[in-house]
Ligand binder design. Structure first.
Ligand code: GLC
Length: 737
């Protein structure tokens, strides 16, 4: 974390004084994060804290209980060290914001920063000091459930969103009582789990790690993030939890990170399950030596570290080195002076209109218009018979989406409610149609606040299907709200197919066959292979999981009060078995750019259904006057790229100018396109704006597999600027020695 009310010298002095007075048991306790609820079958959190203190408590969301445990820590534990209360506040605490993948689709870091600032304010008002966010995993396999929690497939966009989220969560004053400590997770490479299967092993080259998966984490450090979380999975056969190269050599040695690292849940204990550690002692020693400061919930540190010091396997200095950054965070945040939370604060903060406004604004800016045949949208507000159909149309849970805060009860404005609020004088009929459910129940189901409904029988589903048809038949316009339930993406929510679950497409086809205008609104946490809809449904709005105000934002866009300007942060494959599919791939010897080689499978086209960066508007834009400040530069110098963006349509709107480069040869083969700059601009009809980008060593160097180091090659570069990753407006420049 950045600036502190106390100087770093004062912080260090206070930390050293604390360490001098602490027993080994107390130091070990600071390296433990314990479950708040009666989670572990061992002693409750209060007893552990009373006896030796605790670094942190998680999975508790109760202000009074926070204060009770903190009082024990301050007044009854041996050294009176406050506890850090931690929880997953990923996209909102009481005001739920669009899921992070949706926020990335805004291509506007201000959306990420403002959303996380509101989340921090509400979470801190509840007594939470530390959030397990932002999640920074680059994800290029849409089958992976946790793609919903990150910023998509691209390191440039992902890095901008990483820094913005850290700024939102932490602000720049660690004593600010409206901010929380952020946690860059899951370090590193988790998004490349084989087959998109959550938790599966990851094999990534050093070049892939450094060029693609590391940049968002480096951006988070630059923004001052105070903690990291190691990932669950094996990274090149070494669990990230205990990966010295990752946690010591790279994170501390190269990047100079001075915060602390917490494992993922039970990660230290999992080292046995993963076949890496022989026993708890082995796990504790190797994780600590690898640079893991805090053991989340597994108790292996608590049970083994003191013995390892006493038998000389670990030194007291090694323990102190792990405890220091944890104490430093508590000192910087002022928790010794202000350990408690006003229990009346949350309701006041949560009632602030600004939060709702921010939620609606974020949802509006994150939605992506995928199709608008013959300008069906925006819809007229004049009287017409509207039917809203689909299992998600009135689902608060699907509207708020994945990774809800522990104990949160969904309370979103659903799409149906948003539409009815928009058209108070219009009778809007509604039928859900058949429900959708996971085939394999979610293993954490009992912890997800879920609208538990009994599973429909086939007969009930068929009856619901027919009722939906009848309801649609009576309307002049049908708005279908389809996609995924909240538990169909997120953790332990990978899937093999990207099709619409259940009988949703069947229902969509049957209603489309009625010959009346159909608008499809998608609520989902990942790309979906909506191939049929993309051909046959005239209007498609990607609304993602838009949060508390999602229904209002959908209505704002469908009825033209807001012109959508979002762009896809991930490629939409035509089929789940095409994944991983992403734009920034090297050319191969038979580039797909040639029509002859466009598909790599003989049974289907492998071009994306929708490309990275794609999104439509109610107006149109043109890019012109692309200019590069120099045709040739020396390595180490920069060029400025400028382009004019013009609103060539009839209504105001936002465009996202995107700059892509391709290094045509070099030490390594380089991706055919790489995003190196973007800017979202708002333009009135006829208005133009010149957007400029800079390309210098930071943008042009890369980690070379052939050289085994960072290089900036002398080479020729193509570049394109436009409205998505298929941009055609082209220029170029050369880098010489
Ligand atoms: C989970 C997730 C991690 C989360 C942690 C604490 O298993 O992997 O993202 O922060 O446990 O809830």
């Amino acid at each position: 974390m950045r600036k502190t009310k106390k100087s770093e010298a004062e912080v260090a002095k206070q930390v050293n004084a604390l360490l001098e007075g602490m027993s080994l048991a107390e130091k070990v306790a600071q390296l433990a994060q314990i479950g708040g609820a009666a989670w572990n079958d061992g002693p409750g959190a209060g007893e552990i804290i009373r006896e030796q203190g605790a670094g942190s408590v998680l999975w508790l969301n109760d202000t009074a209980e926070f204060n009770r445990l903190q009082k024990i820590a301050m007044e009854e534990s041996p050294s009176g060290i406050p506890v850090l209360f931690a929880l997953d506040v990923i996209h909102g605490y009481r005001t739920i914001f669009p899921v992070p993948l949706a926020v990335a689709a805004s291509w506007d870091p201000a959306v990420a920063e403002r959303s996380q600032a509101v989340a921090a304010k509400e979470a801190r008002a509840a007594g939470i000091h530390w959030t397990f966010g932002p999640m920074l995993d680059i994800a290029r396999d849409a089958r992976w459930g946790r793609i919903v929690e990150g910023a998509g497939e691209d390191p440039c966009l992902g890095s901008a969103m990483a820094a913005a989220q850290v700024r939102g969560f932490q602000g720049d004053d660690p004593t600010d009582p409206q901010r929380v400590l952020a946690c860059a997770k899951h370090f590193a490479g988790y998004g490349a789990s084989e087959g998109g299967r959550d938790y599966d092993p990851v094999d990534l080259s050093e070049a892939q790690l450094r060029n693609v998966y590391f940049p968002p984490f480096q951006a988070a450090i630059k923004a001052g993030v105070g903690s990291f979380m190691s990932a669950y999975m094996d990274l090149n056969n070494v669990p990230a939890t205990s990966n010295r190269w990752l946690l010591q050599d790279v994170l501390r040695g190269e990047w100079g990170f001075d915060g602390f690292v917490v494992s993922d849940a039970f990660g230290v204990g999992n080292l046995l399950t993963q076949g890496f550690a022989k026993d708890g002692r082995d796990a504790a020693q190797r994780a600590l030596e690898a640079g893991l400061n805090m053991d989340m919930a597994s108790s292996v540190y608590l049970e083994n570290l003191a013995d390892l010091v006493e038998d000389g396997s670990l030194s007291l200095d090694q323990i102190d080195a792990m405890v220091r950054p944890i104490l430093a965070v508590k000192v910087r945040m002022g928790l010794f002076e202000n350990p408690y939370t006003d229990e009346t604060l949350l309701e006041k903060v949560a009632a602030e209109p600004e939060s709702r406004e921010a939620g609606r604004w974020a949802a509006q800016r994150s939605m992506v218009l995928l199709r608008n045949q013959d300008g069906l949208l925006p819809l007229s507000k004049t009287q017409q018979k509207i039917a809203v159909i689909g299992p998600l149309a009135d689902s608060m849970e699907a509207t708020e989406g994945s990774w809800m805060v522990f104990g949160h009860t969904p309370a979103a404005v659903t799409v149906l409610e948003g539409l009815r609020a928009k058209l108070p004088g219009t009778a809007i009929a509604y039928a859900p149609g058949p429900e959708i459910n996971r085939d394999v129940p979610h293993p954490f189901g009992e912890f997800n606040t879920s609208e538990r409904k009994p599973i429909q029988t086939p007969e009930e589903a068929e009856a619901a299907f027919q009722t939906a048809l009848e309801t649609a038949a009576g309307a002049e316009l049908v708005i279908m709200v389809l996609g995924e339930n909240a538990d169909m993406s997120g953790e332990f929510a990978s899937r093999g197919s990207l099709d619409l679950p259940g009988r949703q497409e069947e229902l969509l086809k049957a209603i489309s066959a009625m010959g009346k205008p159909v608008v499809l609104v998608l609520l989902n946490g990942r790309p979906l292979s909506i191939n049929w809809a993309a051909e046959h449904v005239p209007a498609i709005l990607e609304a993602w999981q838009p949060g508390s105000q999602g229904g209002h934002a959908v209505a704002d866009i469908l009825f033209g009060d807001v012109n959508p300007g979002g762009k896809l942060p991930v490629t939409f494959p035509r089929n789940g078995n095409h994944a991983p599919l992403y734009y920034a791939r090297t050319l191969t010897h038979l580039p797909e750019e040639s029509p002859r080689y466009r598909s790599r499978y003989w049974d289907s086209p492998t071009t994306p259904l929708y490309p990275f960066g794609f999104g439509l508007s109610y107006t149109t834009f043109a890019f012109s006057h692309l200019h590069v400040s120099a045709a040739q530069i020396k390595a180490g110098a920069s060029v400025t790229v400028s382009v004019d963006v013009t609103n060539t349509g009839q209504v105001a709107g936002d465009e996202v100018a995107q700059l892509y480069i391709h290094q045509k040869w070099g030490s390594d083969s380089r991706p055919r396109r790489e995003l190196k700059g973007f800017a979202r601009v708002t333009l009135q009809p006829g208005e133009s704006e010149t957007v400029t980008f800079s390309l210098g060593p930071d943008e042009l160097r890369y980690w070379s597999a052939s050289a085994g180091r960072w290089v900036q090659d002398a080479a020729t570069f193509d570049l394109w600027v436009g409205s998505d990753s298929t941009a055609t407006l082209q220029a170029g420049f050369e880098v010489v020695e």
